[in-house]
Design a protein around this ligand. Sequence first.
Ligand code: ARG
Length: 246
Amino acid sequence: GTIIFCSASVNAGAVLDGIAESGELRACFDAGYMPFEMKAKNNRYIGFDVDLGKVMAKQMGVKYIPVNTAWDGIIPALITGKCDVIMAGMTVNAQRNMKVNFADPYIVVGQSIILNPKLKGVIKSYKDLNNPKYTVASKLGTTGEMVVKRMLKKAKYNAFETETDAALEVINGKADAMIYDMPFVSIYAAQNSDKVAVILEPFTYEPLGWAVKQGDPDMINFLNNFLRQIKGDGTYDRIYSKWFKS
Ligand code: ARG
């Protein structure tokens, strides 16, 4: 008889092949999330994810191409092939994991609070904000928003397109607090220490991971081995210390 090879994994390795063929590693992110990805004054993109992406591209022997993408369109951008990988401080969660694959987490963070200074001492934990008299801000489509909807159901919630717009609401007094990832909160509070108070201790557990399309175990294998190597050889620590003050 005839042997027919019918492989469901005919596309395996498609992402890595595409990267090799085009000579480009295209990484999606949404700039503004300090210190992972920011737009510098010279319009170049900088940050923790950007540096890690550049090292990855170098090891692949290709060029690093930043693809700045609005957060609420970042998973569709990956799925439709506008980038090869999301390197954007994305929290690994079940909802997203239904749509994309994640490499092993490269850092663990959690939600913290930027607080209007007049509430310093009044709000001692996120639980105190769960009250209709308080308005909280976060960024559209982020885990900050998900946490507000899940854990601060009684508070009023205002969503913003960018991190800085949400944080400004606290400064201008229209919001009592902003709920967001601890690294951003830490840097923002340090930069605006005269204008905001902060509750830094994270109250959620959030591993961040790079995301790729479903059905490509080869790219996941590459990312995990890349991570293991840079964590072992000091590269990760060097880049980490550049962006995170201990
Ligand atoms: N970790 C949060 C999340 O996954 C926020 C990430 C925001 N990232 C960015 N590049 N703006 O929802």
